[in-house]
Design a protein around this ligand. Structure first.
Ligand SMILES: C[S@@+](CC[C@H](N)C(=O)[O-])C[C@H]1O[C@@H](n2cnc3c(N)ncnc32)[C@H](O)[C@@H]1O
Length: 346
């Protein structure tokens, strides 16, 4: 699973160089280093909260603090958190003048509280409780899976195909494993005549999907089910079929790869959102088995998988006469084979 949490994101940030240059002009670095020897958060040292700092000084202090404690993407982390406290999505959207002004007491306390959470390795998305996916801003809450940028490409693939059918009739789409609702809500947002059904084995995911749908005004075209497709196969078939489209970014990590995940992911995200069993295919196999009974004739299925999976899925479909046809595989922006498109045989 391509699980970098922030390395490529919908949000843009201040470059490290421009920020460092601005900070060098002041005394911030010296002050920061002094501060970094005080305070304490869950074993990690944090600067004391009572220091009066400008916005750019706060960014510098926390970037260095994160660096010192081995927190990944230290500059991005402090940028996102401090921008969020200032009511913006990125530091680039904060006025230049504001960068040299002091944080108010309230803002400083909030920055310190949120950055201290990041010191525990909590992902920024959970710290600021929101993240962007395509053109939507979604609420994020642990342990619900944080949507990754490559999943935006999965949505683009579905939209490209759906576009040819727009305006013809109401379309029904099922998402298996909806997490925060990112995929279903993006599709609903882009296709006015789409109805979506979304299911997840996690009650937290079901609640977050509903909350996000409600905030975006999309709840009237979405049904969300708390179902485990491994255990509730019959109920899934009864509740959801027939659908024109199935889309899923299922758990597809090989169990043995779980250990090598970043602490941010291992400590905070639901492991059942990630672990796909010995060969990463447990949930995928079940989706392939149920798909012919869920899909309308010639209905399509779009899957996001590990790069080792597409040839295996193709082989499985061709060997075991699942009632599906393998239409093709697509690469993600890093040129890895990540997406499979299948169709129910007519
Ligand atoms: C990789 S996450 C994807 C979440 C979301 N679709 C996204 O792309 O951000 C996989 C999701 O599948 C759900 N899931 C795992 N096993 C499942 C099962 N057996 N039945 C239903 N949902 C399952 C997890 O709870 C998790 O929310």
């Amino acid at each position: 699973m391509m699980l970098g949490l922030m390395s490529v994101s919908s949000r843009t940030v201040c470059t490290h160089r421009s920020l460092t240059e601005r900070i060098r002009r002041g005394k911030t670095q010296q002050q920061a280093l002094r501060w970094l020897t005080c305070g304490g958060v869950g074993g990690a040292l944090a600067p004391p909260v009572d220091c009066r700092v400008t916005v750019e000084q706060a960014v510098s202090v926390w970037t260095q603090c994160f660096q010192q404690h081995g927190i990944s993407e230290p500059l991005l982390s402090s940028n996102y958190i401090i921008a969020h406290v200032l009511g913006k999505k990125t530091m680039q959207s904060v006025e230049r003048r504001r960068l040299r002004e002091r944080l108010s007491d309230k803002e400083r306390e909030r920055v310190w509280t949120l950055c201290s959470k990041r010191l525990t390795r909590m992902p920024v998305q959970y710290v600021i409780e929101e993240w962007d996916f395509r053109d939507l801003t979604l609420k994020m809450r642990p342990p619900v899976f944080i949507p990754r940028p490559e999943t935006e490409e999965l949505v683009s693939l579905v939209l490209k195909d759906l576009r040819s059918q727009w305006g013809v009739r109401t379309l029904r789409c099922l998402e298996v494993g909806c997490g925060s609702g990112a995929i279903s809500l993006s599709l609903l947002h882009s296709v006015p005549q789409l109805k979506a059904l979304a299911l997840d084995q996690s009650q937290e995911a079901v609640c977050l999907t509903k909350e996000n749908a409600d905030r975006l005004g999309l709840l009237d075209r979405l049904e969300v089910y708390h179902l485990d497709i491994m255990k509730d196969a019959d109920l899934t078939l009864r509740s959801c079929s027939p659908v024109d489209v199935i889309v899923s970014n299922p758990p597809y990590l090989f169990s043995q790869d779980m250990e090598s995940l970043q602490a941010e992911i291992l400590r905070f995200e639901d492991h059942s959102a990630l672990d796909g069993g010995l060969d990463g295919m447990s949930v995928i196999r079940q989706i392939l088995t149920l798909a012919p009974r869920l899909l309308t004739d010639e209905g399509r299925m779009y899957l996001e998988v590990d790069p080792r999976h597409p040839p295996r899925i193709k082989g499985l479909v061709e060997e075991s006469m699942l009632g599906l046809q393998y239409l093709g595989s697509h690469c993600d922006f890093t040129n890895r084979l990540r997406f499979c498109i299948l169709q129910k045989r007519g």
